[in-house]
Design a protein around this ligand. Structure first.
Ligand SMILES: CC(C)(COP(=O)(O)OP(=O)(O)OC[C@H]1O[C@@H](n2cnc3c(N)ncnc32)[C@H](O)[C@@H]1OP(=O)(O)O)[C@@H](O)C(=O)NCCC(=O)NCCS
Length: 160
């Protein structure tokens, strides 16, 4: 028996709908559908969707306003994608989804959370408010559509 199961395609559709509008195209951060499906075949990859009313439960959500995707490596969890659709921003949904991510990760016994963030991404304000701290810089890590390079900031949250 395989130790993986295909992800619910309804949820892949919901993730891709947010992906299409949430990430500024010039930074090339969005993943394609194949990347999402392949990643969700791994039992080390997790996701959650959040509804406009703040409900976080993938199987009960018809309309998703945001999602995250993360990956476990030993006692660490890396946040790979995190987004709220533009029409639902600045209502606290990003805050609520990040709390769910941190709580779920803590409950699974992980000790450290990581993420990579484009330098000057406003999301940094949200991450800092939840205790993430910059621990490294990858110079010229992201390439924009016009060829410019942008540094990546590695952020860490140590779970007490
Ligand atoms: C980052 C993102 C997820 C925030 O989602 P959100 O639902 O708007 O976040 P919230 O409403 O919970 O904001 C919580 C706090 O974060 C900060 N914040 C969020 N967006 C901000 C912005 N654009 N500029 C400055 N601060 C911001 C504020 O302190 C905000 O509190 P306030 O609204 O009371 O001032 C959303 O802007 C997004 O999807 N961005 C594009 C994708 C992306 O860059 N993801 C991160 C990749 S590392």
């Amino acid at each position: 028996m395989p130790d993986f199961a295909p992800p619910p395609l309804d949820d892949v559709d919901r993730i891709m709908a947010i992906m299409a509008c949430a990430f500024p195209p010039e930074f090339g951060e969005a993943w394609n559908r194949r990347q999402i499906i392949d990643s969700l075949l791994l039992d080390t990859v997790h996701y959650a969707l959040i509804a406009p009313d703040g409900t976080i439960a993938p199987d009960r959500i018809d309309c998703a306003a945001g999602f995250y995707l993360s990956r476990s490596v030993l006692d660490e969890e890396e946040l790979l994608l995190f987004a709220i659709a533009p029409e639902w921003r600045r209502r606290g949904l990003g805050h609520a989804l990040l709390i769910q991510f941190i709580t779920r990760t803590r409950q699974s016994g992980k000790k450290r959370l990581f993420l990579e963030m484009r330098h000057n991404n406003p999301a940094g304000v949200l991450y800092a408010a939840h205790g993430f701290r910059p621990i490294g810089l990858r110079p010229r890590y992201y390439r924009t559509l016009n060829g410019d390079r942008i540094d990546a900031i590695t952020q860490e949250l140590v779970i007490e």
